[in-house]
Design a protein around this ligand. Sequence first.
Ligand SMILES: C[S@@+](CC[C@H](N)C(=O)[O-])C[C@H]1O[C@@H](n2cnc3c(N)ncnc32)[C@H](O)[C@@H]1O
Length: 264
Amino acid sequence: MENYKEINKEQWNQRVDPHTASEFYDMTGFLAGKSSLQETELRLLGDLSGKRILHLQCHFGQDTISLARMGASAVGADLSDKAIDKARELAKTLGADASFVCCDLYDLPQKLEGQFDLVFTSYGTIGWLPDLDKWASVISHFLKPGGKFVFVEFHPVVWMFDDDFQKVGYRYFKSDPIVETASGTYADKDAAIETTSVSWNHGMSEVISSLLKQGIQLQDLQEYDFSNYNCFAHTEEFAPGKFRIKHLGNFIPMMYSIVGIKSL
Ligand SMILES: C[S@@+](CC[C@H](N)C(=O)[O-])C[C@H]1O[C@@H](n2cnc3c(N)ncnc32)[C@H](O)[C@@H]1O
């Protein structure tokens, strides 16, 4: 899949307008000062005042700007030029201490200088990347010795199911790229777009060993039997802001989080 980046870039560019207009991303609330960050990552991030943060795969910048609103100086990076244009516009409108870089994640060390106190990335990120050793090397490159990596992601078990959560359709372990064409988007199922995507599933041991190999020590690992986002089929909100697949209940993990510390 030589051209996976071009395919995925086109997909994410197409998603920016419907996403910024969606209830899911609640732009009105965000512009009025509401944080887009969830309790799960807020607990792991801790006090951010005066911290320099790199936010990988930042989409159109809501989380990056939310980090800056907590007193950090934040840099967001993403492959989609349309998303980065929107992120820059939002940061300017809101006067946020957030700047943005547009490039493929693997190219970031050639596009951005400096090291950071914290690297953050969340929800729907590594599935777009074929090589986690390279991903972890980028994280390690940008972390100061002793710096903190905070990661919250959907669980690989979720990605084993077909879109309807009726049967297991994909391997837990990384395999051949999954190429899909679909209409709408997770933030607005009725959006008038049709997109093609290329993705990979990554099991937990692949994720963790990639970080360990790059000198990022595991400080905390958790699995959650719910999703903070209502972005799957057949969900129920069993508690405010907590979603499960109705017919699977609490039988499967839906998210995990990792906190890592770069070795001194
Ligand atoms: C689901 S979003 C990130 C989630 C974010 N928490 C949000 O919802 O705002 C995934 C992002 O990854 C970016 N992305 C996909 N492939 C990438 C790559 N190879 N390098 C950098 N960014 C990439 C996409 O452009 C998209 O903005």
